[in-house]
Design a protein around this ligand. Structure first.
Ligand code: AMP
Ligand code: MN
Ligand code: MN
Ligand code: MN
Length: 276
């Protein structure tokens, strides 16, 4: 069985390594089929595809789209997209356009909480002039001594109910799925276990995603416990969705899982790659 990893990040969004280095690491750790899925971005794909050809692994063009649904932010991983499709790239441009003003508002909120200079601080960690993410703020706040790890920054500052949190309107679910399909790709609801959402909200979301034409959900993710692997494979079956897997790797020493650490896909699901 080839090893699939269909979710990771490079310096074209909030990852620490350039696309070619991400691919080289994945290949060295035994990944056979890799998708690069930078947030709201496709500019790293050409470099990654070339590196994958050099390394002898199969490359999948991807992205991770930011979506607002009800009052939560969701991430929709796009797989097998044509990165030149203008419906998709214009949609991604629209999503990214809001990030700069949001970053200003995050900095203002942190300043109110007594943390000055966070916008400039975060900029030091930005690696693409096209995109700023909360991760860049998190890395700066660690440097400035407000927390020991980026995880703690999210827990204490950047998530709902905390001083550096600001609400933001991203794309809608149907826009994101529509753009992905226009580009010939599949839409995958990412790391569902990460959301604070009750059982009826989860059913509502999965029904709406399926009815909008969504293709798959992430079953294997470092955001999920082994019992959630089982839970989300059951949900995939119940809702007629396929199953995906990805390490969501951002860089050495960050996150919960490295390339090659994903377990086998549970039996009984249809993998998202079935017709590739
Ligand atoms: P943004 O799209 O700017 O809101 O940033 C989202 C990114 O922040 C995610 O893709 C993760 O890389 C990172 N992130 C979100 N929550 C956490 C967390 N609890 N711990 C560490 N990183 C997180
Ligand atoms: Mn990220
Ligand atoms: Mn995500
Ligand atoms: Mn991700």
């Amino acid at each position: 069985m080839p090893r699939y990893d269909l979710h990771c990040h490079s310096t074209h969004s909030d990852g620490l390594l350039p696309p070619a280095a991400v691919v080289a690491r994945a290949a060295a750790r035994g990944v056979d089929v890799l998708a690069l899925t930078d947030h709201d971005e496709v500019t790293g794909l050409a470099e990654a595809r070339e590196a994958a050809a050099d390394a002898g692994i199969t490359f999948v063009c991807g992205s991770e789209l930011s979506v607002s649904w009800e009052d939560i932010t969701l991430h929709i991983v796009a797989l097998q997209i044509d990165p030149r499709n203008s419906t998709l790239t214009e949609g991604l441009d629209a999503i990214r356009a809001g990030r700069l003003t949001r970053a200003r508002r995050i900095a203002d909120a942190l300043a109110v909480a007594g943390i000055a200079g966070a916008y400039e601080g975060a900029q030091k960690y930005v690696t693409s002039e096209r995109l700023i993410a909360r991760t860049h703020f998190a890395r700066y706040l660690v440097e400035a001594g407000y927390a020991r790890e980026t995880k703690d920054v999210f827990k204490r500052y950047l998530t709902r109910g905390n001083p550096g949190y600001v609400a933001h309107q991203w794309a809608t679910l149907s826009q994101a799925v529509g753009w992905i399909h226009a580009a010939g790709g599949q839409a995958v609801l990412a790391h569902l276990g990460r959301h604070d959402i009750n059982a009826s909200g989860m059913r509502r979301l999965l029904a709406e995603f399926r009815d909008t034409g969504g293709d798959a959900i992430e079953v294997l993710s470092p955001s999920h416990t082994p019992s959630q692997y089982v839970e989300f494979s059951t949900r995939a079956r119940v809702f007629g969705l396929r199953a995906s897997c990805g390490s969501d790797w951002h860089g050495p020493g960050e996150g919960w899982m490295d390339f090659g650490d994903l377990p086998e896909m549970p039996a009984g699901v249809v993998p998202v790659w079935k017709d590739w």
